[in-house]
Write a protein that binds this ligand. Structure first.
Ligand SMILES: Cc1cc2nc3c(=O)[nH]c(=O)nc-3n(C[C@H](O)[C@H](O)[C@H](O)COP(=O)(O)OP(=O)(O)OC[C@H]3O[C@@H](n4cnc5c(N)ncnc54)[C@H](O)[C@@H]3O)c2cc1C
Length: 416
């Protein structure tokens, strides 16, 4: 069933009885050619591109909970491709291009809104760093625009550009960046993959990997064992736990990241804004709530909830650039488990165990990567070679010292 304006009118006139379920609720079969562990954005996108672009069949996505219950439905919905390093920028620009055509590709309204992202800077040194970043973006075919304080004042009159504690000296804008309705991304990929024959199996936790003679031949799940040709781990914050089932220790730590939504306001913030003298980012949802977040909690955790000191820290960051938010009430807050890698960049690679593949280490920037991650992981699974934009995302970069350290923080996962 295709969604269209015509279909909506017809259903509206006939009592809405003709809508199908968004995806088939599949019962596990005994064998699949490809088993993807994790029904988050990346797992579902991988299944979709495997079927759609690489013509593969007999694919299952096994998810321990419900679709959208992980980070794909917990993030602050920001997409952008404003990276500096060659290992990253072409990959994230590919992702942004895929976002731009995603709704037509999936035939699903994911509310993709290229309302722009603005990174504010507050010092001369920061201006230099942002100019360098903007030039790297332009060289890689992305868009970047250095804005003066006057230009910022025109678009964001509520920002305190002069007598604030951290005066704003300008900003780097990416006008093609923006936001996407995050759970619609999970539903859209699930629906499109299911229509191509992918089995989506919820409430099916992988509790063991069936490994014989260094070859992975299946998974043990709470709904029974399933044999598989290729097994692809894609579980974000649970990466270390699942790969421990294969006896692997990863260069990844899990940390909690919180997000916040305020009560609804009239339109105030036109795009995404980030504060440059602390960690705070904010946009306004279509319902009017301000959606914002900041730093991770900074300690290792598998809990999907955080603690109060970070709430204070994030709100302080917000107040520094938007003092008019002081009396705003918070409606909701929650946490997600972030797979923080040693250099802040992801891994999409084969493992030393035959037929076992790994995708993870997305830190707190994996939502924007969803389409490219799915495409590149599908490419790896289908061809056993890395996609041209993901050649740097290998395990052996940590052995060889070829880090992709955007922030220059070194091997401190909590600081990336
Ligand atoms: C508060 C917050 C804000 C964020 N903001 C942004 C942002 O603005 N922009 C951005 O780009 N990124 C952001 N991120 C990061 C982004 O959401 C993640 O990097 C990305 O969603 C991770 O990929 P995923 O969607 O596949 O993960 P998930 O949705 O977490 O998918 C992994 C799935 O694996 C399942 N799973 C785990 N263990 C097993 C098992 N044993 N068996 C079967 N299934 C299993 C989980 O249940 C889960 O559904 C944010 C994250 C958080 C928490």
């Amino acid at each position: 069933m295709r969604f269209s304006g015509f279909k909506i009118i017809r259903e509206g006139l006939s009592g809405h009885k003709g809508w199908d379920a968004t995806w088939r609720d599949a019962t596990p079969k005994s064998h699949y050619d490809h088993i993807i562990i994790g029904g988050g954005g990346h797992g579902l996108a991988t299944a979709y591109y495997l079927a759609r672009r690489y013509g593969k069949a007999n694919i299952a996505v096994v998810e321990k909970g419900w679709l959208g219950g992980g980070n794909v439905g917990r993030n602050t919905t920001i997409i952008r491709s404003n990276y500096l390093l060659d290992g990253n920028e072409p990959f994230y620009e590919l992702s942004l291009k895929l976002w731009e055509g995603l709704e037509q590709d999936l035939n699903y309204n994911a509310m993709i809104s290229q309302r722009g992202i603005l990174n504010l800077f507050h010092t001369d040194a920061q201006r230099d760093a942002y100019i360098r970043r903007g030039n790297a973006m332009l060289l890689n075919g992305a868009d970047a625009d250095l804005l003066t304080t006057d230009q910022i004042k025109n678009r964001y009159p509520f920002l305190n550009t002069k007598d604030a504690r951290f005066p704003i000296k300008g900003g780097l804008a990416q006008h093609r960046g923006g936001t996407v309705r995050h759970d619609a991304v999970a539903w859209g990929y699930a629906r499109a993959a299911s229509l191509l024959g992918v089995d989506i199996i919820q409430n099916c936790e992988v509790t063991g990997l069936d490994i014989k003679n260094n070859k992975c031949v299946g998974v043990i799940t709470t709904r029974g064992p399933i044999k598989g040709g290729k097994i692809a781990c894609c579980v974000a914050g649970s990466s270390s736990r699942v790969m421990a089932m294969a006896g692997m220790r990863l260069p990844i730590e899990s940390h909690v990241l919180q997000a916040f939504v305020s009560e609804g306001l009239k339109p105030l913030i036109p795009g995404v804004i980030t504060f440059g003298a602390g960690h705070f980012y904010c946009s306004q949802s279509d319902k009017g709530g301000l959606v914002f977040g900041g730093d991770i909690d900074g300690y290792n955790s598998y809990a999907q909830r955080g603690n109060l000191p970070i709430v204070e820290d994030v709100c302080e960051g917000g107040m520094a650039i938007l003092p008019n938010l002081g009396r705003l009430r918070l409606l909701r807050m929650w946490g997600g488990i972030m797979d923080m890698s040693m250099d802040g960049s992801p891994i999409i690679d084969k493992t030393p165990i035959e037929n076992l593949y790994f995708n993870g280490g997305w830190c707190y920037g994996g939502f924007k990567a969803t389409p490219a991650s799915g495409l590149c992981y599908a490419h790896l699974l289908a061809t056993d070679t890395p996609h041209e934009t993901a050649t740097a995302y290998r395990f052996d970069r940590f052995e060889k010292g070829l880090m992709i350290d955007e922030k220059g923080q070194g091997n401190q996962p909590n600081l990336h």
